[in-house]
Each structure stands twice: as C-alpha cells, then as structure tokens.
Design a protein around this ligand. Structure first.
Ligand code: GDP
Ligand code: MG
Length: 570
C-alpha cells in the first residue's frame, strides 16, 4: 500500500454511545468479519469487557476498503473508553491522524465526550463528529448538532447522523474517513521507528506489541531496541491485525500491526515506548510516561492458606497489565498480602474481577486511597528518608504532623454535564468535596457543563454515585460522618460472636466513632433444668473463660461482604 492510501483512525465516545457497535459495522462493511453472524462488540475480547460493556484493552483491526476504484487500508485503533485509561487513549491517538467522535443522539454530549474530544484536539487530529442512534424514538440529532457546534466549535454540517445498530449511513462514515483524515506523515526510507501503543501477553509467544510504524521497515530477524528499557531483541514475527493476528513478511511505515520479539512481560513493551533498529538509533517519540497508579488498595487472600495461589494469579495478571504496581504488605487483621496500585477505581474493579473470573481467586480489597506527598520539615528527616518529599501510598504509613511542613494531594480536572435544574445541587456537592470551579457554560437551553478541580481523594470512591443521587445531605465534618457510617456498616455485617466486639474509628489516636456488636450469649444453662446452683455457676464461669480465650486470639471471622460494605463509603 502506498502511504497515500492509508488512514489511521480511532473511535472515541462516552460509554454506551455506540463505539463498539460502530466498530462492528465498519468491520462488516469492509468484509473483515462475516456479516451473516450476529456480531456484537467483536473487538471487546475480555470477558469483563463484554459483561461491563466497556473496552479495557485496545484492539486494533486493519480494514480494506474500495472507494472510487481505489483500495484503501484503514487501520481502526480501538481505545479504552474510560477515564482511568486516558494515558492509553492518548497513546493510541498518537498513532492516528483522525478520530470518529461518536455522540448518542438521545443523550447528547457527555463528560467523556468532552474529555476524549480534548485528547484528540490536543493531538491535532482531524475530528469527524458522528451522531449515533438516530433510530431511537427520543433521538434529537439537531439538538446534539448544536451542542457539538457550541462546545467543540465544529460546524453542524460536518456531523454524520447514523444508526450503528441498524447500519444506517455507516458507509458515509467510511467515506468521511478517507476524505477528511489525512494519510500518515511517514518516511519509508528513514530508519525504522515505531510506537508501541498497546501490548498483550501470550502464554506461548510472549509479549505481543501493537505498533504503529512512523518510519522505515521492520521484518523478522531485525535487531531492535526499546528506547525505554534500552534492551535489544530479535524480531520473531510481524503481522497485521484483521482483527486476529495475521503474519506478514514486513511492516512498512504508515502501517499498524503487531510485533513479537521475545519480550518476557509487558513491562518490556510499555505503552508509549519507541522501538528502533539496533544499528540505527533514532530520537524516541515524545510523550512517553511510565504508568502512574493513582488509586491504591490492600489485597489479601480470604484465607491465608490461599496466599501462594493468589500470589501466582496476581503475577500472571500483572504480566498482562504493566500499569498495576505491586508491593508486599501485611495487616494485623488480614495477614500477608499486597498493596496494589491502579490507574483508577474501574481499573481496580476490573483487575479484581479478572482475578475472580480467570484465576478463580477470592480476595479482600481494602478501601482505596490515593497517593499523598509529605514535605519533610527538617534536614535530619530528609536524611533519614533520603528524600525531601515522600510519597505515601498506605494510610498506615502516614508520617506524623510534627515531621511535615506540607502535605500534597493529587487533583484532577473534572467535567460535569447536568440538566440546569440540578446545577445548584451539583455545585454544592462539588464544594463539599473541596473542589474549585474552573468553568461553567450552557451547552444548550437547559444543559450546563461545569469544570472543577477536584482533590482525587474526594471523588475516587463514591462521587459518581452521590452525583447520581444528589439526595443526601452534605456533612461538613466528614471524618465523623464517614467514621460513623463505616462503624455502623461493620456492625450490621459482622456476625455476633461469643464476646462483645467494639468497633472504633480513629483519626490518629482520637476515637471519633464507636459501635458495639453485642455478644451472642450461648445459653449454657439450657441443659441444667433449674437444678443445682453451683453447677450453674461453674458453667457460667467456663463460658466466661471461653470468651476470654476467643477474644485474646481475636478470632473474628470477617465476611467478605463486610469489607465490601465498608469499602463503599456513604
Ligand atoms: P460503547 O460503550 O460506546 O462501546 O457502546 P456499545 O457499542 O457497546 O453500545 C451501547 C448500547 O447501545 C448497546 O446496547 C447497543 O446495542 C446500543 N446501540 C449502539 N448503537 C445503537 C444505535 O444506533 N441505535 C440503538 N437503538 N442502539 C444502539
Ligand atoms: Mg465498547
């Protein structure tokens, strides 16, 4: 294929607006997959993806399309649809020259539409707005067109109105890809240079890196280097994705495909890395970042005897996902485990679900926290910690106030789109979460878009739920209310024992809330029909001793349910 006839593009959309369905139709129209089959989310391969209806790992497909007598190669690069994976999205986008921005004709522009638009806009890509689901009864494509014009400054006549479900007008989308998206700017004569925009692990073949070739040619036997790790590898196989792997002799600049080169786990082929020839080093592509976990949680086997099994399951899953970080950890109550770092809460849930589904592991996850930084107050401390600023990923390791001049926390820029009757309530909620307003605009007659800078910790667990309900009161002093709520929930979910259990929430050494699970009084006297008083006393004493023993061992069976309830704040 001459470069002129290649188009590299992505589909971006808010969750459920129809990205996967549109991808299915494009695959069918180009004959990549069989139309007679009932194709549903063909590119979503993981079980969790199908169940949750989200794309976790990007899947790529090369499509062949005939337009006015010319054969085109269209590389569809699927991107994860969730905010947790925005770095992955940005890397996938840097392999593209254009995007299809899909918006639901009924729901209109949503928060993820805005976030994804700006990722594409910053990457200076051609943006083709596609209004989907025009077949729905409540569809209002004209209103959505106006929103697109207002928020993104894209003339409404550029919008393509389709039904991905029924296939209506989808051919128009393919034509627009050819007309409006430029071919990649690449040089086949330059030395080989490729971007790794995704990687997966195969038990038998090792790491399969998805690559976009910016320059040159690569073929089997070439010696290549990872710009990030500086390790050298020999290429075993290259090929294209249709969407399944199809080996080829060579990959040329402008093409997108896969490459296998004996990399042992995905940390050796990190997203955003550049590959080049050992003989001809080049300047790496800009924008590489190592994965930076933003949500941390403790993970423990429900039963300590499961520790080794869980360990190997976690290892296997992290081979596939280099963005999860693993530190060993232990807890008095839960025994040996790990502190895991994730990109976000969804990422954490997906990881947990994959552990359960693919490895049959059953685990306890503790309340997620975000990383904090503490700026140390004295030279002596700086020497002791060997750093001026320490990062804290575990609340149990929070340094004492006296050692610290300043604490720093991660913040995120959030977009909220709401019907205007809720604007007041939404703003109150944001204020209660210590958010700072950055922007507010009407995107149509009765919809408002708000932008806030949020402390990540304030939104990581339950913000979305609160936003959705907006019914509960907003407590100012959160420590007390959160502490009380957790104690109450634990009280309700812990089974009674033979002894009393005190549940306390503490900030530092100060107890801020307390609940008691009453002892379950085993009726030891049931068998002594009234009878002899000394025997009664003896039995009561024995029971008291029994209680003492149990309490000392602290043998409370904490059901998994209790942990999950505590984890879900408010
Ligand atoms: P994604 O999350 O953006 O990948 O969205 P999906 O492609 O999974 O679609 C979400 C839901 O919307 C699914 O139930 C689809 O069947 C449905 N859907 C997608 N496109 C259309 C459409 O054009 N019309 C209608 N009525 N439903 C659609
Ligand atoms: Mg999808």
């Amino acid at each position: 294929f001459s470069v002129e006839n290649i188009r590299n593009f992505s589909i971006i959309a808010h969750v459920d607006h129809g990205k996967s369905t549109l991808a299915d139709r494009l695959l069918e129209l180009t004959g990549t997959i069989d139309k007679t089959k009932n194709n549903k989310q063909v590119l979503d391969k993981l079980q969790v993806e199908r169940e949750r209806g989200i794309t976790v790992k990007a899947q790529t497909a090369s499509l062949f399309y005939n337009c006015e007598g010319k054969q085109y190669l269209l590389n569809l690069i699927d991107t994860p649809g969730h905010v947790d994976f925005s770095y992955e999205v940005s890397r996938s986008l840097s392999a593209c020259q254009g995007v299809l921005l899909v918006v639901d004709a009924n729901e209109g522009i949503q928060a993820q539409t805005v976030a994804n638009f700006f990722l594409a806009f910053e990457a200076q890509l051609s943006i083709i707005p596609v209004i989907n689901k025009v077949d729905l009864k409540n569809a209002d494509p004209e209103r959505v067109e106006k929103q697109i014009e207002k928020v993104f400054d894209i003339p409404s006549d550029e919008c393509i109105k389709i039904s991905a479900k029924l296939g209506t007008n989808v051919e128009r989308v393919l034509q627009a890809v050819i007309e409006r998206i430029p071919p990649p700017k690449v040089h086949r004569k330059n030395p080989f240079k490729a971007l790794v925009f995704d990687s997966t692990f195969d038990q038998y073949r090792g790491v399969i890196a998805n690559v976009a070739l910016f320059d040159g040619v690569v073929s089997k036997g070439d010696k290549i280097v990872s710009a990030h790790t500086k390790k050298t590898y020999e290429v075993n196989e290259v090929g294209v994705l249709n969407p399944n792997e199809q080996p080829a002799h060579k990959l040329y600049a402008g093409q997108v495909g896969y490459l296998i080169a004996g990399m042992k786990d995905v940390t050796e082929a990190q997203i955003g890395d550049t590959l080049y020839l050992h003989k001809q080093p080049v300047e790496p592509l800009p924008g590489f970042k190592s994965a930076k976990p933003m949500v941390f949680a403790g993970m423990y086997p429900i039963d300590q005897s499961e520790y080794n099994n869980l360990k190997s399951a976690v290892e296997k899953l992290t081979i596939n996902d280099s963005s999860v970080t693993v530190h060993r950890d232990s807890s008095l109550a839960l025994g040996a485990g790990w502190r895991l770092g994730f990109l976000g809460l969804l990422h954490m849930e997906v990881f947990n679900q994959r552990l359960e589904q693919e490895y049959n592991a059953s685990v306890i996850l503790t309340t997620p926290t975000v990383p904090y930084k503490a700026v140390l107050s004295s030279a002596k401390l700086i020497k002791e910690y060997r750093e001026k600023e320490i990062t804290i990923i575990n609340p149990a390791q929070f340094p004492d106030k006296s050692k610290v001049t300043e604490y720093l926390e991660p913040v995120v820029l959030g977009t909220i789109i709401t019907p205007d009757e809720y604007t007041g309530k939404v703003m109150m909620l944001c204020q209660a979460r210590r958010a700072v307003q950055k922007n507010m605009m009407y995107i149509d007659q009765n919809r408002v878009m708000l932008k806030y800078l949020f402390p990540l910790n304030e939104i990581v667990v339950d913000f979305y739920d609160s936003l959705k309900s907006l019914s509960s009161g907003y407590a100012r002093d959160k420590a007390h209310s959160v502490g009380k709520a957790i104690c109450e929930r634990l009280k309700d979910s812990l089974p009674r024992q033979l002894f009393e259990i005190a549940i306390q929430a503490a900030v530092g050494s100060k107890i801020i809330a307390r609940e008691t699970v009453k002892a379950y009084r085993k009726n030891v006297l049931a068998k002594c029909y009234g009878g002899d008083i000394t025997r009664k006393m003896k039995l009561l004493k024995r029971q008291a001793e029994g209680k003492k023993k149990l309490r000392k061992i602290g043998n409370i069976e904490v059901p998994k349910d209790a942990f999950i309830k505590v984890l879900k704040t408010q």
